[in-house]
Design a binder for this molecule. Structure first.
Ligand code: ADP
Ligand code: MG
Length: 451
């Protein structure tokens, strides 16, 4: 333990040389308690999920490298939250059973699953299945597009069963792993032994979770094998849960027998989340990311929810990216920063236009208010001097700070052509150098906009 402590300190010292001081202190000032040292792992407690996420995302390889080279042997650092200690201390299952178990992601629980119109029925069905030891709906077949929570729900069933009936043999596999296992079992020299191990793994399951069954399309011999497993487990009333990106009937090149089996139990779908659900998910995820979720204005969450509409993984990803960006640079959770943080995440598209749209509208509002005119005046063809000047100022600010295409800016100002936009920009740019009143306007406006 003491040695581990020393090694961790030295590792930190070495990293400090390479990092910006603020970054370093934000991330590592509190992340320094060693929880334990075991084999070649050093477990370090970190104060919150965001710190953990950032360390794992950006620094873990570097840290492992430094620690290993300092100690002269392979060292791996593991960053854990206080909440995870209990998980860590749970005795591992031993022997044959252990081989059978696929890891379930601990955070994929019913508790962490936010419900709305689009997923409530699937959620309730999954809960029911998890609560009921007798295979009630067999199989439970969950389908829907990618990123909508199928794996989460399926693992929630597994986690629930293991929490409440720990002796249950829960086997999680993706259809791909199943196919690989089968391939290995039948193609290697050890032949018989392997196939027996394969059978034991799947046929001894008491709850079998098979993710992404569509992967078995076009694989007749694996389908055949899965059919046998299915028949066996179904026959002895063991619960089977299957996910798919399509309904059973829509699967192609899948044995009819198998498809009809998939319809024997209960088939539920998860649909695209509506806006309230997307917002609720964002709020929930935010509470895991930062201590004071209220620091992020609801309007920001709304914008994110408006732009990531049909994949919850992307929705989460956008939020995480934004929060990480602001926290690591120690800048406020503003609209402007949202745009910058997500710029590359949102491809040049309608979406980008929309997201920039909100920001540009805001700038137009501020500029119009400042010159006591209306936003419509900014967009109007009128060349009244005060309108023109205000318009040029707004265009300058947008171009300088966001640099969208001239065409796009033009669209925001009553469809002006790119030459006009370009001229406006140059005009203010020159005035800023020569005219202190203009400079003064600009400074005040920027302060207002940044707010
Ligand atoms: P799928 O298997 O359908 O492709 P996942 O289960 O992997 O989707 O979900 C993608 C991500 O979205 C995961 O991080 C998951 O936790 C999250 N997610 C999906 N639905 C919900 C929900 N209703 N509440 C909270 N998180 C969700
Ligand atoms: Mg999945």
């Amino acid at each position: 333990m003491e040695q581990g402590m020393k090694l961790w300190e030295q590792t930190l010292d070495a990293l400090r040389q390479e990092l910006d001081e603020t970054d370093f202190s934000v991330l590592f000032s509190e992340a320094n308690k060693i929880y334990k040292v075991e084999d070649n792992f050093i477990y370090i407690i970190v104060p919150n999920a965001l710190t953990k996420f950032r360390i794992e995302k950006f620094y873990i390889n570097k840290l492992n490298e430094i620690a290993s080279s300092l100690s002269g042997s392979l060292v791996k650092l593991k960053f854990i939250l206080k909440d995870e200690i209990e998980e860590l201390e749970k005795p591992l299952n031993t022997g044959a059973e252990d081989v059978n178990k696929r890891p379930l992601r601990a955070e994929y629980t019913f508790n962490n699953f936010v419900t709305g119109e689009s997923n409530r029925f699937a959620f309730l069905s999954a809960m029911k299945v998890a609560e009921t030891p007798e295979a009630l709906y067999n199989p439970l077949y969950i389908f829907g597009d990618v990123g909508l929570g199928k794996t989460h729900l399926m693992m929630a069933i597994g986690n629930y069963v293991l929490d409440n009936r720990p002796e249950t043999n829960v086997v999680y596999t993706s259809a791909q792993e199943f196919a690989e296992d089968y391939f290995l079992a039948t193609s290697t020299r050890k032949g018989k032994e392997n196939i027996e191990q394969f059978y034991r793994k799947y046929r001894d399951a008491e709850v079998l979770l098979v993710d992404d069954i569509q992967f078995l399309e076009n694989k007749p011999s694996t389908q055949e094998e899965f059919f046998k497993v299915f028949e066996h487990l179904h026959g002895i009333n063991k619960q089977i849960v299957i996910t798919s990106d399509r309904s059973a009937n829509e699967l192609k090149n899948m044995m009819a027998r198998l498809k009809s089996r998939f319809n024997w139990g209960l088939s539920v779908d998860i649909k695209i989340p509506d806006k309230p659900l997307r917002l609720n998910i964002l709020k929930r995820k935010l509470s895991f990311l930062i201590e004071n979720p209220k620091d992020v204005p609801v309007e920001i969450l709304e914008i994110i929810a408006d732009h990531f509409t049909n994949n919850i993984r992307d929705l989460e990803g956008a939020l995480r990216r934004y929060v990480t960006y602001c926290v690591s640079l120690n800048i406020p959770f503003t609209m402007e920063n949202l745009y910058v943080a997500l710029e590359r995440l949102i491809p040049e598209s309608e979406e980008e236009k929309n997201i920039s749209g909100k920001i540009f509208e805001n700038i137009k509002r501020e500029v119009a208010a400042y010159y006591k005119i209306s936003v419509a005046d900014l967009e109007s063809p009128s060349r009244k001097q005060v309108f023109t000047y205000a318009r040029q100022m707004a265009i300058y600010i947008i171009k300088k700070h966001y640099n969208p295409s001239l065409k796009l800016i033009g669209e925001f100002f009553g469809n002006r052509d790119h030459a006009t936009v370009s001229h406006s920009f140059d005009k203010i740019k020159n005035l800023l150098r020569t005219n202190s009143l203009v400079k003064n306007d600009y400074d005040i406006l920027m302060k207002k906009i940044k707010k």
